[in-house]
Design a protein around this ligand. Sequence first.
Ligand code: FNR
Length: 412
Amino acid sequence: MAGFADFETEIYLAGLAGRTPDLPITADGLQRAAAKVMSPAVYDYVAGSAGTESTARANRAAFQKWEIVPRHLRGVSERDLSVDLLGTTIPAPVLLAPVGALGAVWPQAELEVARAAAGLGVPMTLSTLSSTTMEDVAAELGRDRSTPRRSEAPGDAARGARGIGWFQLYWPTDRDITQSLVQRAERAGFQALVLTLDTWALSWRPRDLANGYLPFHTGEGLANYFSDPAFRSRLATSPEEDPATAVQLWSQIFGNPLLRWSDLAWLRDQTRLPILVKGICHPDDARAALDVGVDGLIVSNHGGRQIDGARGALDCLPDVVAASGGLPVLFDSGIRTGSDVVKALALGAGAVLLGRPYVFGLALGGSRGVLHALRCLLAELDLTVALSGHAGVASLTRDLLVRSRNWDQCAS
Ligand code: FNR
C-alpha cells in the first residue's frame, strides 16, 4: 500500500493552519533555492554537465517526446507502487543514484542521505567516491528505525525498517584495491554492486574548469580509498600524515581505460552480490553485458556529465530494453517529476534512480531536504499513476504513451 499521495493532503492541511512548505516543491525550485545557499563552485560541480551541456538538455527533452494518455473509472483507490528488484521488494520504483563527494554539499552528507532513504524504504546507491566510509554508511542504513529518534522529521521512521544500500564501484587500475573495495562492500551489507562504465576519465566540464575546482583534489570524496587497507599499503606514509600524496595516488589509480567486457568474469568471481552495469546506452552493450552474466542494466548517460552532444537517455531506453533478454533495466538521467518516472516505466524501466534533485534537497536541509525531495517525487508519482488509471506499476506499459505530435520540435 503506497500512501505516498498522503503528502499532498498533509501539505494542504498545514496550509489551512497557515503553514506553507519551507522547502520548494519542484525539482527546479529545489535547484534554484540550492543555488542561493551553496558555494558557487560546489553548485556548479553538481549542476554542471559536459561541454555545452546539450546532453543534459536532451535528457529533459526526451521526456517531452512522449505523452501520457490517461484511462478512467478503473478503481484505483487502493494502490501499490512496490516492485521486486533482484529479490527485494521496495515500496516504489525509485532509488537514489550514486553521487560522489557529497561532503562538499553538507556535513556527514551520506549519513544524512542514508537516514532519509531508509526512512522511506528507498534504496540508496553509495558512490565509491563518498565522503564517509562505506562501513559507516552501511551502519546508518542498518540502524533499527522502529523507534524514531527525536531529531527525525515526520515520516522518517515510517516503515520501521532498515535501509537498503547498493554500492557503486569505480573500478581502479589496481586489482588488489578493486578486490578490497568489493569485498568490503559485501561484508558491510550492501546488497548489490553497481559498476559504472562511463566514467573511467572525467569529461571536459567547462564550469568546473572555469572554477578550477574538483572536490577530490582536496581529498573530498576519497574516504573509501583512504580507509582501504590495499590502498594504504601502496603508500609509504598514511593519508592522515600526507594527504597530498594519497590524493596523487588516487588520481593515478582511479580510472581504468584498459577494461574490457571479458574482465567482468573476474569481478563476478570476487563477489556473490548481484552486479548491475550503469551507463548502458547502446543495445549492443546491453547484449555484451547479458553475455558476461551481469544481473541488471542501468540506462544512463551520467546525467549528461560525460559526453556533450549525446543522445537523451530516455531515447536510448526502448532499444536497450529490447536487447536486455529480460534482465532488469533501470534508468536514470533527467528524472525530475512523477510523470517522468511513469514514462520511463512505461518504456520498460523496472525502476529509476534520482540524481541531482536529492542533492539540492540535501544542500537545503540535510536529511530533511532529501526526505522532502523524495516525498514530493513519490507523491507526484503516486498521483500520476492513479490519475492515469493504474493501481500499480506493473500495468504501466508502452500503450500508456503516445509519441508527441510535436516531438520533432522538442528542443534537444
Ligand atoms: C553523479 N553521478 C555519479 N554516478 C556514479 O556512478 N558515481 C558517482 O560517483 C557519481 N557522482 C556524481 C556526482 C554528481 C554531482 C552528479 C550530479 C552525478 C551520476 C548519477 O549517478 C546519475 O547518473 C545522474 O545524476 C542522473 O542524472 P540526473 O538525475 O542528475 O539528471
